[in-house]
Design a protein around this ligand. Structure first.
Ligand SMILES: Cc1cc2nc3c(=O)[nH]c(=O)nc-3n(C[C@H](O)[C@H](O)[C@H](O)COP(=O)(O)O)c2cc1C
Length: 523
């Protein structure tokens, strides 16, 4: 024994390194069968796998230029981070963008900007921009709702995001007078810190389902009555990242808490089918919308990614003949985010936002229906200039998902589907999410929303308007080549939006349906 120990202790450190490399080589050549590269190039083959693994980080931090990355480049992320922290988000020396590039957006400024008077709501609060339309007003719902902010948190469920992230978002929307869309996972205690909530459900009917997975109106009514901060209901037909794709929530991810919130069984796989069981055609869908609106008194809308238009045409015809239908429509772009989706869906199924929205808006406009619908846009629209374009095209509000995640610390690691999100935002790991301080992060979300609204207000004033709803298609141009070819939105997408009835910001401020905390008495 002593001799063996003596021999081992006489081996120098580099000898140990050689022994370890020798063992790895033996394993690579003779014992493993999965990796051809390791077999053919023992030991050094591992370097390739290592570099492949850390390649995205190397490119993100060292190699990629400021405007190169997708879905959000460094300049865009930097603007959100700086705005959320109330840091200096300006740039010096002028733009670093190629403003002659294809698809670049130009906003036509007025010779003399809009002047705000001393008693104007924006003199007192530079970030005050409520929605110019009231959800549910046309259909005379019992509890119409005017979102008090034109930028709001898009559907992301508790389950895809951590409890701490949901809590931060809810507390943040309260501070910013915005609303928080629950996403498909039901209403959790983390959605209940007082911000306005839009209750969203998909084909799994989580939170409002019977044991057999069908929709329960009784549970929805009880939920709405018990939680008066729910201001509207959104039925998900599809989302841009994976339209028509059902899903399975694996039993291993279903904790007792998630099971209670979603109304499912602990540890048992749960199926979200591609189709709704509560309706199977457009007529039945309209009946379903009306039944929910009657039972809850709330405005009811639908969310979808756009592709074929035939069924939308059918919906418009039904709305025209019956005077019924959704109070709002959320149009999600094919560039939209998700917790997890197959790349073939995320990359290819459904149209990008500008194409999908323009097709849909045009269809409703041709039937004189745009005035009764609040149009909400989502798909990388959380930047003031892009939002101005969306308003010019007919959007009334913007929903943001990933931009909101970034404002509370997401670093675009793009591993939401692995449960290993390093920033604690999109994970159920207690350790990772414990790094999030909801008090601080809610402040960040609120500040991002306020900065966004302030900059959008300033752009609006620079174009000579008081509210972004006044943007027209001819106010925005898109570069298609040189100026002779750069086209106004109206000529590019071949429609003009219906003017939104708007009197003044003062009237919006005094509206009895205004959400957020503006109209609530001080505690
Ligand atoms: C983590 C995550 C979870 C999401 N969950 C849902 C969901 O439950 N229901 C839904 O309709 N959309 C969901 N979405 C899509 C977003 O609500 C949004 O429509 C899309 O990401 C586009 O907005 P963005 O570009 O601002 O991220 C999710 C997106 C992300 C990133």
């Amino acid at each position: 024994m002593d001799t063996v120990l003596n021999i081992l202790s006489s081996i120098p450190w580099w000898g140990w390194v050689l022994i370890v490399l020798f063992i790895i080589a033996i394993r690579d050549i003779f014992l493993q069968k999965q990796h051809t590269i390791s077999h053919n190039f023992p030991v050094v083959g591992h370097l390739r796998y290592m570099l492949e693994k850390i390649g995205p980080e190397l490119r993100q931090y060292l190699v990629a230029n400021n405007r190169e990355e997708l879905p959000f480049n460094r300049i865009e992320r930097g603007w959100i981070y700086a705005s959320a922290k109330k840091e200096n988000n300006y740039e010096g020396f002028g733009t670093d963008r190629d403003i002659y590039a294809h698809q670049h957006i130009f906003i036509n400024n007025a010779m003399i900007p809009y002047k705000i008077e001393e008693d104007h709501p924006n003199t007192l609060d530079k970030s005050f921009i409520p929605c110019a339309k009231v959800m549910g007003a046309y259909n005379k719902r019992k509890r119409p709702y005017r979102p008090a902010s034109i930028i709001n948190v898009s559907a992301m469920s508790f389950g895809s995001l951590s409890a701490k992230a949901i809590e931060s978002l809810n507390k943040g929307v309260k501070k910013a007078n915005a609303y928080h869309n629950t996403g498909e996972g039901g209403l959790s205690p983390y959605h209940s810190y007082g911000g306005d909530v839009v209750f969203h459900f998909g084909t799994g009917y989580f939170g409002v389902r019977n044991d057999d997975g069908s929709f329960s109106m009784e549970k929805l009514v009880k939920l709405v009555q018990a939680n008066p901060f729910i201001r509207a209901v959104e039925i998900k037909l599809s989302q841009g990242a994976k339209p028509g794709k059902g899903g399975v929530l694996p039993g291993s991810k279903i904790t007792k808490e998630i099971a209670n919130i979603r109304g499912v069984k602990v540890g048992k796989d749960v199926l979200s089918p591609p189709n709704h069981s509560a309706f199977s055609n457009v007529t039945e869908m309209v009946d379903f919308i009306e039944a929910i609106a009657d039972a809850t008194g709330l405005p009811v809308g639908i969310k979808a990614a756009i592709g074929k238009l035939e069924q939308w045409e059918e919906l418009a015809n039904i709305m025209k003949t019956t005077n019924k239908g959704p109070d709002f429509i959320t149009v999600d772009g094919g560039e939209g985010g998700t917790g997890a989706a197959p790349p073939s869906f995320a990359d290819h199924v459904s149209l990008p936002w500008v194409y999908g929205f323009s097709d849909l808006y045009k269809l409703f406009k041709n039937k004189d229906l745009t005035e009764r619908i609040v149009f909400i846009g989502s798909g990388k629209l959380g930047f003031p200039a892009k939002a101005a374009m969306a308003f010019a095209m007919g959007a009334d509000c913007i929903n943001v998902a990933r931009e909101a995640m970034m404002s509370i610390g997401c670093i675009q690691a793009q591993i939401c589907h692995t449960n290993r999100c390093p920033s604690g935002v999109a994970t159920q790991s207690k350790w990772l999410q414990n790094g999030i301080d909801p008090t601080l992060k809610s402040e960040r979300l609120a500040q991002y929303f306020k900065t966004f609204r302030k900059e959008l207000t300033e752009i609006t004033h620079s174009a000579g308007y008081e509210h972004p709803c006044q943007f027209k298609m001819r106010d925005i141009e898109i570069n298609v080549d040189d100026h002779n070819l750069s086209k106004e939105l109206a000529r590019t997408y071949m429609y003009n939006k219906t003017p939104v009835p708007f009197t003044s910001m003062k009237d919006l401020k005094e509206c009895v349906y205004l959400g957020g905390d503006y109209n609530k008495p001080n505690p």
